[in-house]
Design a protein around this ligand. Structure first.
Ligand code: TRP
Length: 372
């Protein structure tokens, strides 16, 4: 049995992260590996410490190669279809930290054909293109290094990518993608082909430079399926299999495992107004008891409290302060109203800064983008 609720284009219900790791052969990041990472990075990013980035494939090998003077490059991506929410930002925040700590290149793929092919969105490619530019601004606003970052839209980098994609595609049969993605006879042939485009940046630098370069991909677990297929193919083509480091999903404000782009109220968007944030956080699920009196007496459950989870995943990087918040929930000393007001303040402060960075970076967009 495999966790069939985690598809590349749909995640449903509760996600069992341990089961996912076990079923697909990921290794959980243990103390020993944490130490090995720390050797190069200094104090671990809170996303690692808190086991939000929790599993990997061959990260130890990537570090061994780095130690030997054979540095890796990073690769991640984002398929545009609408504005980004906080959950979308997590892999990029972590990728930026890795770029800083290891001083390495990063390739960021913006597959502007992916959602067009894989989903019934009623958006033209030109409309998606506009959204894609917006998404790139949100990404570069995190502060990626200009000289070490290459961002590309598939439709504008096809000259470079297509030749490599067909090499991959030749090794992927219909039956493989059918099994891996749950595709059927009614799936359009563009969607079937797409996974070979997502494979390309995992070896593009090696193909460009004419020798093998290790590649590390930070991603959310729903993207693993592409690379389960690609890793075998890349080995057949004579490249290294890419290493992967996996993040859990930021839960939705109403407590579902993943923020859904299709339910606007369940997610905090990077373009939300302060009023919208206040309203959404106000309605968020907390782990609290039915009344203040009961909450004070019995306390609540931080794992079931989305206010706590938003602090843990993103908005409270300071471990001591986070512990204070989680304890306040557990012991019933912080009530929902206070909790929510504090988170609303943090989110709005973050968004205000983010929006201004975004505007600042607009003028540097071309420094990051590559095209044919
Ligand atoms: N398929 C991803 C999405 O739906 C986009 C993507 C392309 C990606 N290349 C990637 C994500 C590499 C992680 C790693 O958003």
């Amino acid at each position: 049995m495999s966790p069939s609720n985690i598809g590349a284009y749909k995640v449903e219900g509760k996600v069992d992260y341990d089961l996912f790791a076990e079923q697909y052969g990921l290794k959980q990041i243990d103390k020993e590996l944490e130490k090995k990472i720390e050797k190069y990075t200094g104090p671990l990013h809170f996303l690692l410490k808190r086991k939000i980035f929790y599993a990997h494939r061959e990260l130890d090998w990537i570090l061994d190669e780095y130690e030997k003077g054979n540095p890796f490059y990073l690769y991640t991506g984002r398929a545009p279809s609408g504005p980004m929410h906080i959950g979308h930002l997590i892999p990029f925040v972590f990728a930026k930290w890795l770029q800083d700590k290891f001083d390495v290149d990063i390739y960021i793929q913006i597959p502007d054909e992916e959602k067009f092919l894989a989903k019934d969105l009623n958006q033209s490619l030109d409309e998606i293109h506009q959204v894609a530019i917006d998404n790139v601004l949100d990404i570069i606003a995190l502060g990626f290094k200009k000289k070490k970052t290459k961002i590309f839209f598939d439709t504008q980098y096809a000259g470079k990518m297509y030749k490599q994609a067909v090499r991959v595609a030749k090794h992927i049969t219909f039956s493989t993608v059918k099994d891996a993605f749950g595709y059927g006879n009614d799936t359009n042939i563009g969607a079937l082909f797409y996974t070979s485009m997502q494979a390309v940046p995992a070896f593009l630098k090696s193909a460009e430079e004419g020798h093998n370069i290790p590649c590390l991909i930070p991603l959310a677990i729903d993207q693993d399926v592409h690379f389960r297929v690609a890793r075998d193919v890349l080995a057949k083509l004579g490249y290294y299999k890419p290493s992967i480091i996996y993040t859990k999903f930021l839960p939705s404000l109403n407590g579902e495992s993943k923020m859904s782009s299709s339910n606007e109220r369940s997610a905090i968007y990077l373009n939300d107004t302060p009023e919208a944030v206040k309203e959404k956080v106000g309605k968020a699920l907390t782990g609290q008891q039915a009344t203040a009196a009961l909450q004070k007496k019995h306390g609540g459950n931080p794992d079931a409290c989305m206010v706590c989870q938003y602090n843990k995943f993103f908005f409270e990087p300071n471990d001591k302060k986070l512990e204070y918040i989680l304890n306040g929930e557990r012991n019933g000393t912080i009530l929902a109203g206070e909790h929510k007001a504090d988170l609303t303040k943090k989110i709005n402060a973050f968004l205000r800064k983010h929006k201004s960075k975004r505007e600042h970076y607009r003028e540097y967009l071309d420094d990051y983008m590559v095209h044919d």
